[in-house]
Design a protein around this ligand. Structure first.
Ligand SMILES: Nc1ncnc2c1ncn2[C@@H]1O[C@H](COP(=O)(O)OP(=O)(O)OP(=O)(O)O)[C@@H](O)[C@H]1O
Length: 427
């Protein structure tokens, strides 16, 4: 069967919004900020499929998956950065509904304009004029300028023109979700009728019921990639599973305890030292599941985060984090310089996190030390010595140490020694 739409290796890049933009004027001046740095990203990549003539194909995917971009490119709006698109036949497109209307022209003038832009002859538009106006339910307003129209009226006009031009390929982007219920039903009916004439339909909708009612096949996109293209039920099942997984992920995230803010009693020259040119503030702890806590089960992971106030300085400080046991025993200490991490200077975001994948400490009470230093280590900006409490409890009493600070996973076994096996193998 001849193909109505053939897409090969399609790719489209956009420039993302600038994320590293300093927020204050001072920050912008100090950072030598000129124009926004906008990194290109692929909104669509490696998309290939071909749609046989007369099929109704739904395009689904989570927000930002690239559905509208795909439809626009097929409709000739914008140019691909990679690959090719071939459409056989006349395209009727309902993309940015109402966007093609000219405010100061009347409904009648806009109707002719839309028709001509869509590839209809003036004579064809004239012949269909009354039907289009009647379908759009705009008979009483067709001589009024479009600027006086409501969103619903604009949508009805654009929709009516698109469905009366006898398209070979009809592209619809969320258009069936606009307007009142009665008009939506009318549109759906009309799309079904058009489908019966052998027109190929390509429909973007978040409404699964609509896709199920109208489509034979489904294209599933995710983050600009083609995940699946095939019969409705199979592809919808993949989509539903991915939506369920996403919902479960969000629910799990929502169910987590918020980061635990740990307080310290700080006293200058007793447990707090430094020049004060930058200050450590808001210290939070979470376990490896992302739950806020200051009590960990031995072997769990720990994330230590803190914000720092850069005050007047615009330099990237070094962060230090240590875990201390009784009698000032340093059990673990590390710093961002050692890891090659450059922190954000003034202007933010001024926060840092140390992720410790697992903490095999013996049950007991420990204290955290946090420090902020100049990039050359010559100045201590702020240092909170053994100021923040951390509790470790046993995962398994039998495996907790009888003495010492370490609590690696361990188990006792009765019987032969490991060496016995080797001895018998070597005999
Ligand atoms: N003109 C643009 N400039 C920059 N980025 C854009 C532009 N248009 C779309 N994007 C981005 O491209 C990606 C794909 O967008 P697109 O609108 O095609 O997705 P979608 O699947 O239709 O999303 P939704 O379901 O939310 O309408 C998104 O990350 C979006 O923010």
């Amino acid at each position: 069967m001849a193909s109505a739409i053939v897409v090969r290796g399609l790719g489209k890049t956009y420039r993302a919004r600038d994320r590293g933009r300093p927020t204050s004027l001072k920050g912008r001046i100090l950072s030598g900020y000129r124009a926004p740095k906008r990194e290109p990203f692929w909104a669509l990549r490696n998309i290939s499929f071909s749609i046989p003539r007369g099929r109704a194909v739904g395009v689904i995917g989570l927000n930002g998956a690239g559905k509208s971009t795909l439809l626009r490119l097929i409709g000739g709006v914008g140019t691909p950065d990679e690959g090719s698109i071939k459409v056989n036949g006349r395209i009727g497109a309902l993309l940015d509904i109402g966007a093609g209307l000219t405010e100061d022209l009347t409904g009648r003038e806009n109707l002719f304009l839309l028709g001509v832009i869509s590839g209809m002859l003036r004579s064809e538009i004239k012949a269909k004029f009354d039907d289009i106006v009647e379908f759009a339910e705009l008979a009483d307003f067709i001589e009024q300028p479009v600027r006086t129209y409501s969103t619903g009226m604009r949508m009805r006009l654009a929709f009516a023109v698109a469905v009366h031009m006898s398209p070979d390929v009809l592209l619809i982007d969320e258009a069936l979700a606009v307007g009142d219920q009665a008009f939506q039903r009318k549109c759906l009916k009309r799309v079904s009728e058009i489908r019966e004439t052998g027109c190929t339909i390509f429909l973007v909708s978040h409404d699964e019921a609509q896709i199920e009612a109208l489509c034979d096949d489904v294209v599933l996109l995710d983050h600009g990639q083609l995940v699946a293209y095939g019969p409705l039920s199979e592809t919808m099942a993949i989509y539903t599973a991915s939506v369920d997984a996403k919902v479960a992920e969000v629910e799990a995230r929502d169910a987590r305890l918020p980061p635990k803010v740990v307080e310290a009693v700080l006293e200058a020259e007793v447990n707090r030292f430094g020049s004060g040119e930058m200050a450590i503030e808001l210290v939070t702890l979470t376990d490896s599941e992302g739950n806020g806590t200051d009590t960990l089960v031995a072997g769990q992971g720990l994330n230590v985060s803190f914000r720092y106030d850069p005050r007047e300085l615009d330099v990237a400080p070094i962060a230090l984090i240590g875990i201390y046991g009784p009698d000032d025993t340093a059990l673990f200490e590390t710093h961002s310089d050692r890891a090659g991490l450059t922190l954000t200077p003034g202007g933010g975001p001024n926060a840092v996190t140390l992720e410790i994948a697992r903490l095999d400490l013996a049950p007991g009470a420990y204290r955290l030390t946090l420090g902020l230093f100049a990039p050359d280590w010559h100045t201590v900006y702020d240092y909170h010595a053994e100021a923040y409490p951390l509790q470790i409890v046993a995962a398994n009493e039998a495996a907790a140490p009888s003495k010492g600070f370490l609590n690696p996973p361990n188990a006792w076994h009765r019987g032969e020694t490991v060496g016995d096996d080797l001895a018998s193998e070597n005999a």
